[in-house]
Structure formats: C-alpha cells, structure tokens
Design a protein around this ligand. Structure first.
Ligand code: SF4
Length: 326
C-alpha cells in the first residue's frame, strides 16, 4: 500500500485530545492514540462548539410528541437540536476531505448506535435506542465513509473492517482526484480480490462501471463507482467469502504443489473459517506461494495488506463470537 496515503479522520475530541466531556474529563483510547502516526485527525467536540461549556449540565436525546429526536438539557429545560444541526452543516462544509470518523459511543451527540432516546423529558418515561445528532449528520453527509465508535473498535474484526474501509476510501479519493480512467482501471484491478471478498455482486457492478460501455463522462463514472464502492463495504465480510477468494487465488498455482503443501494451505483456510486463526495467517501462507510463483498481478492485490501492517493488532475485546459465520 502507498505509504503517502494518510486518511482524513474526524474524531470526537474527548477521546484523548481534550478534557471536554460534560464532567471535565477526557477518555484516552489506545487504538486512537496509535493511529495518530498513520492518519490526519480532526478532533471536534460538537457540544463545546455550540457553546455548552466545560463542565456543563448533561444533555440527552428525547423523542418529542411528533416522534422527532431532540437534544435536550434537563437542568436548563432547553433544546439544542437546531444549534447542533447548524454547527454540523458549517463544520462539514469547511472540511476538505473526510475518509472516516471515530466517534464516542453512547453520547447524545456523537454516539453512532444504541444511544438512549428517552420517550419523554423525564427519565421515568422509558427509552428506545437511537443515534447522536452529530453522528446522524455525519452518516447523512458521508454515507460512504468509515464510521465507528471507539468502544466497538476494541473488537478485532470490527477494527480490521474499519481500517480496510478507511484506507480503501482514502485510496479511492486519490483516484477521484487524479481524474483519469487509467487510475480508476488500476484501482479496480488492484482491489479485485478484496472487493470480491466483500461483495461479489458489487465487485461485478464496479467492473461494469469501469468498462463504461455507455461512454459516460469521467465525473459520472466516478460518482456511480463511489456509490457502489460504498455499498460493497457496508458489511464485514463473512469468513466464507474470504475462503472463497483464497481458494480462487490458490487455483493459480495449486497444480504445481505437492499434496503436503496443498493440505497445509487448505488446513489454514479451514482454521480461519472456524475462527481459530486471524485472516492474516492464511493470507500470508498464500502470499508466500504467490511470491514463489511470481504471479505479478496477484502480488499487486490490496487484499494482502489493505492497511499498514503496523496497525495489525490482534488484541480483541473477546466478542468475536458475535461475528462468526452462522
Ligand atoms: S462525545 Fe462528542 S460532544 Fe460529547 S464530549 Fe465527546 S466530543 Fe464532545
């Protein structure tokens, strides 16, 4: 992967950048800290930006009578929904490029999911789950960006998916900037097996877009491509998707291998499929043979390292079982 590519990442300021939480605290995070050397961060605290100050009385999400979610401060009996929306509009207008977001979980401003939305202005009214107001704006404005909460990123597979999407979107941004069909054709070729692992359907659609049989102008092609690239990366791929792709690559040189070598490689696929070893293990085994048989086209593939290897940390929150194929 091109080392000059630095993803542009908006991050909740309270995650180790400033003591801007309602109680005057900051919450540093190991992963966010490590990523500082590899991305350009844009720390922001939306609640401070709308003038709530530090420390401040807490705010919360409340569902009003019309079913709309409002940002409400019980201590002052004030609503801040419009102020937050206005701030978001101005803030995002000023950003040149964004590839991803790391936002603080459970916050009524920054939380991307499972944020408590109270069913009335008193806590006794019960609650449902929703999304912070600033986070909702981020999703609306950047539907194809890599967006995650710092807490979820302790899960190995969620983190791997986030980094893969973040770096792919960053690399795609350079292609859009280069504005040449040649750059787009190369991007599609280099990402062939990664895209196939994420979504065979979208990988084919993207191939057709690049083929451009309708002879569309570049701006239309790139817009269409971005939309489908975003769709390809919506979900974490299943284990079996990666195994299918690895089998495909294996097919390039399997006839030249001894039965012992074949068994060893296929065994590593099986262990990965059962969640016993991380993806990097069978991929590295496979890559050794790609190097040995000098398969130039395969060596160029981003699937081997879709993000910097230094960020490949296998530590996990222990919730991987949630993500194992059924
Ligand atoms: S969660 Fe967002 S709004 Fe709340 S303190 Fe952190 S950065 Fe500020």
């Amino acid at each position: 992967m091109d080392k000059r590519q630095r993803p542009q990442v908006v991050v909740s300021k309270c995650i180790g950048f400033d003591a801007c939480r309602y109680n005057g605290q900051t919450l540093p995070d190991k992963f966010v800290d490590k990523l500082k050397d590899y991305v350009d961060y844009y720390p922001v605290c939306a609640e401070v930006e709308i003038g709530l100050g530090v420390p401040r009385n807490p705010i919360r999400l409340v569902m009003d009578e019309a079913g709309a979610t409002v940002l409400y401060q019980p201590a002052s009996d004030s609503e801040y929904t419009q102020a937050m929306i206005d701030f978001g509009e101005v803030y995002f207008d000023r950003l040149e490029a964004v590839d991803g977001f790391i936002l603080k979980g459970r916050s009524p401003s920054c939380g991307i999911k499972d944020v408590k939305v109270y069913l009335g202005k008193t806590k006794v009214a019960g609650s449902v789950k929703g999304q912070g107001i600033f986070a909702a704006q981020a999703f609306k404005r950047y539907p194809h960006a890599a967006i995650e909460e710092e807490g979820r990123l302790t899960n190995f597979r969620i983190r791997e998916h986030f980094l893969t999407k973040l770096y792919t979107m960053c690399s795609f941004r350079q292609v859009a900037k280069a504005a040449t069909m040649a750059a787009l054709v190369k991007f599609q070729a280099d990402n062939k097996y990664l895209l196939m692992a994420y979504s065979q359907k979208e990988q084919k659609v993207l191939g057709q877009i690049v083929a451009n049989h309708e002879k569309l102008v570049f701006d239309q092609v790139i817009k269409h491509y971005k939309e489908h690239l975003g769709k390809a990366f919506i979900r974490i791929p299943r284990y079996r998707n990666y195994v299918n792709v690895m089998m495909h690559i294996f097919g390039y040189f399997s006839d030249s291998l001894s039965s012992g070598e074949k068994t060893f490689i296929l065994d590593s696929f099986e262990k990965y499929r059962n969640g016993k070893i991380p993806l990097s293990v069978p991929l590295n085994v496979l890559k050794t043979y790609v190097i040995r048989y000098n398969e130039g086209y395969l060596l160029e593939q981003t699937i081997w390292a879709p993000f910097p290897e230094e960020l490949m940390d296998l530590s996990d929150s222990g919730k991987m079982e949630d993500l194992v194929d059924p």
